[in-house]
Design a protein around this ligand. Structure first.
Ligand code: DGL
Length: 274
């Protein structure tokens, strides 16, 4: 039996809800974009996984999504994946792939005291790719790196209606608060983290927070050219595992025009991969 694949403007991918921070920036510049958002929640958190597992997993989930949809472009709205899988992924698909990587370059331009923070997942703070960004763009800066999968989990919970405990956030941010001098600029190198920027500002005081969302939206805008302006755009969210907590995400999803969540048949690989 052959199924007809549906054409869409963009396929947007993350392990969970983090990529929605990128999606909302994209919708700001392209409100009529037709898209499918894929959350690999069965594999979350990506920040604790081995590179081998992650490489295979992202390829498999994207292949599953591409068996249903033909996108004009793919956005890997995940720093943990983008800092690892982009070269291989680009060799596997025929459309442009936009990745999200930590905004070290803009942060180095903005920092006055030359102390920068990087708040990302444990995997992203350790990546060779991240070392390269620091070497290329922030050589004269001291970079304080904090990797936290717990914060990813807290953001997932916040979007499901739980409030974020500021004392726990303060503990996570302790290395920034204890640094002398404190970073004047902190890179949110995980797409989940802009979703708690208000709480982070409360904990971190007058620090400027930098993320890659708006730059990615501009990149998508350029690549879409005159397309991506559907009168009645398709908007869909697929999860690799439908669980009851997805119901609690509904109010947030609705604010992005996403009504019903559907299941994407998960790829065969195991979802543990530690
Ligand atoms: N949102 C993801 C990122 O930008 C990863 C979160 C996770 O699954 O650890 O890195």
């Amino acid at each position: 039996m052959s199924l007809t694949k549906q054409a869409i403007d963009a396929l947007i991918f993350d392990s969970g809800v983090g990529g929605l921070s990128v999606l909302s920036e994209i919708l700001r510049v392209r409100p009529q974009l037709s898209f499918v958002y894929v959350a690999d929640n069965a594999g979350l958190p990506y920040g604790d996984k081995t590179p081998e597992w992650l490489q295979q997993r992202v390829s498999a989930v994207i292949a599953a999504a591409c068996s249903l949809y033909t996108p004009k472009l793919l956005v890997i709205a995940c720093n943990t994946a983008s800092t690892l899988v982009l070269p291989q992924l680009r060799s596997e698909v025929t459309f442009p792939v936009v990745g999200v990587v930590p905004a070290i370059k803009p942060a180095a331009t903005l920092s006055k005291n030359r102390v920068i923070g990087l708040l990302a997942t444990p995997a992203t703070v350790k990546r060779v790719y991240t070392d390269g960004l620091i070497q290329d763009f922030a050589k004269d800066c001291h970079v304080v790196r904090v990797g936290s999968s717990r914060l990813v989990e807290l953001v997932e919970r916040k979007l499901r209606g739980e409030s974020l405990a500021l004392d726990e956030l303060t503990r996570i941010c302790q290395p920034f608060l204890e640094s002398t001098p404190m970073p004047d600029t902190i890179v949110l190198g995980c797409t989940h983290f802009p979703l708690v920027s208000t709480e982070l500002k409360t904990v971190l005081g007058g620090v400027q927070l930098v993320d890659s969302g708006a730059a990615i939206a501009q990149r998508v805008q350029t690549l879409m050219g005159t397309s991506g302006n559907q009168p009645q755009p398709l908007r869909k969210i697929l999860f690799t595992q439908l669980d009851t907590s997805i119901d609690q995400l509904k109010p947030y999803l609705k604010s992005l025009g996403l009504d019903a969540a559907e299941a994407l048949i998960p790829p065969k690989e195991s979802a543990s991969g530690k």
